[in-house]
Design a binder for this molecule. Structure first.
Ligand SMILES: [Mn+2]
Length: 319
């Protein structure tokens, strides 16, 4: 391979795909990638960073996985784990007591149904291979001037999990028991911190579910804030002025931190943009009728509004 040492690394970071392979191919094409020898690559050597949540929800999960893995195997991309891949590993792994690490109950089956119907049931051997591949994906990526994580960057948890290795066998089991420290560590990274609304309050999610937990803006200090200031979700329900009784501990994100990209939060807005000069969420709800979004990074120290690329919103958008 010819290495151009003068060429600075340039990355296209892509948010949660959730089985929308057609949108992924439109986006890759728009970003200048071409499919050659079975995988996409960029003629100028740009690389893709995928932020996890490749599976569930969409119509072409198998094709999405083939594109993502094809690029990673060929050295054209990096990819990290999303909560949906970790959930899948748990869903299909025995807990040693006749159940599974993630209960195969109705709501969990529903969340995973598209993957079950499209891959796990028709191609069980192939599905085992996909799961083996998930297990070896990293929980975050630190590329120096930029970093990537599925939901929330947490330096403390990152140092605690740095030796975790492949998410299989005993490692997967010990990190899959709810209300334990190892489970919470993984959760901090792939689900992000949540708070519980003050007693008597709930909100309705865009799936129509009533929830008392809500996702918080983990890059802010939460002390002394109202729920409205710290909530990060797409609920239409007004938040109470009262503060939750207990708040998760967050480390406020500083201006000198490397540029950090994350997904997971399904922002249902038309115009993508950064949250801070050095922080951007790239999940604009492709799995829920929204857009698939990329940010093209070329070495700049501050994120730039004009460097987001998105696919159009689909007609099945139920907003
Ligand atoms: Mn997610």
């Amino acid at each position: 391979m010819k290495i151009n040492t003068k060429q600075k690394p340039a990355y296209d970071i892509i948010g949660d795909i959730h089985g929308h392979a057609d949108e992924l191919e439109i986006l890759l094409d728009e970003l200048g990638y071409n499919e050659n020898n079975g995988h996409y690559r960029h003629p100028q050597g740009r690389k893709v960073v995928f932020l996890g949540d490749y599976i569930d929800r969409g119509p072409k999960i198998r094709r999405s996985l083939q594109i993502v893995r094809g690029m990673i195997d060929a050295g054209e991309a990096h990819g990290i784990l999303g909560n949906h891949e970790v959930n899948a590993l748990r869903f299909h792994t025995s807990d040693g007591n006749g159940g599974h690490l993630r209960k195969n109950k109705k709501e969990n089956v529903k969340q995973h149904q598209a993957t079950l119907s499209q891959i796990a049931e028709p191609f069980p051997d192939e599905w085992r291979d996909w799961m083996d591949w998930f297990a070896g994906l990293p929980l975050w990526l630190d590329l120096g001037p930029i970093r990537a994580v599925h939901a929330s960057w947490n330096s403390e948890v990152k140092s605690q999990l740095k030796e975790i290795g492949k998410l299989e066998g005993e490692t997967l089991r010990t990190h899959s028991i709810k209300k334990t420290v190892p489970y919470e560590r993984i959760s901090a990274i792939i689900n992000g911190p949540e708070a519980i609304l003050p007693e008597g309050f709930w909100h309705e999610t865009d799936d129509g579910k009533k929830r008392t937990e809500f996702r918080v803006k983990w890059w802010k200090s939460l002390e002394g804030k109202k729920c409205d200031d710290i909530v990060f979700h797409n609920s239409n329900t007004a938040m109470p002025d009262l503060l939750p009784a207990e708040l998760p501990v967050t480390t406020p994100f500083t201006q000198d931190a490397p540029i950090t990209f994350f997904g997971h939060y399904a922002i249902m807005k038309n115009k993508p943009g950064p949250i801070l000069d050095n922080l951007a969420c790239l999940d604009y709800g492709a799995g829920k009728g929204g857009q698939l979004v990329a940010y093209s990074w070329d070495g700049e120290a501050k994120l730039d509004d004009s460097k987001f690329t998105s696919t159009p919103q689909r007609k099945d958008n139920n907003e």
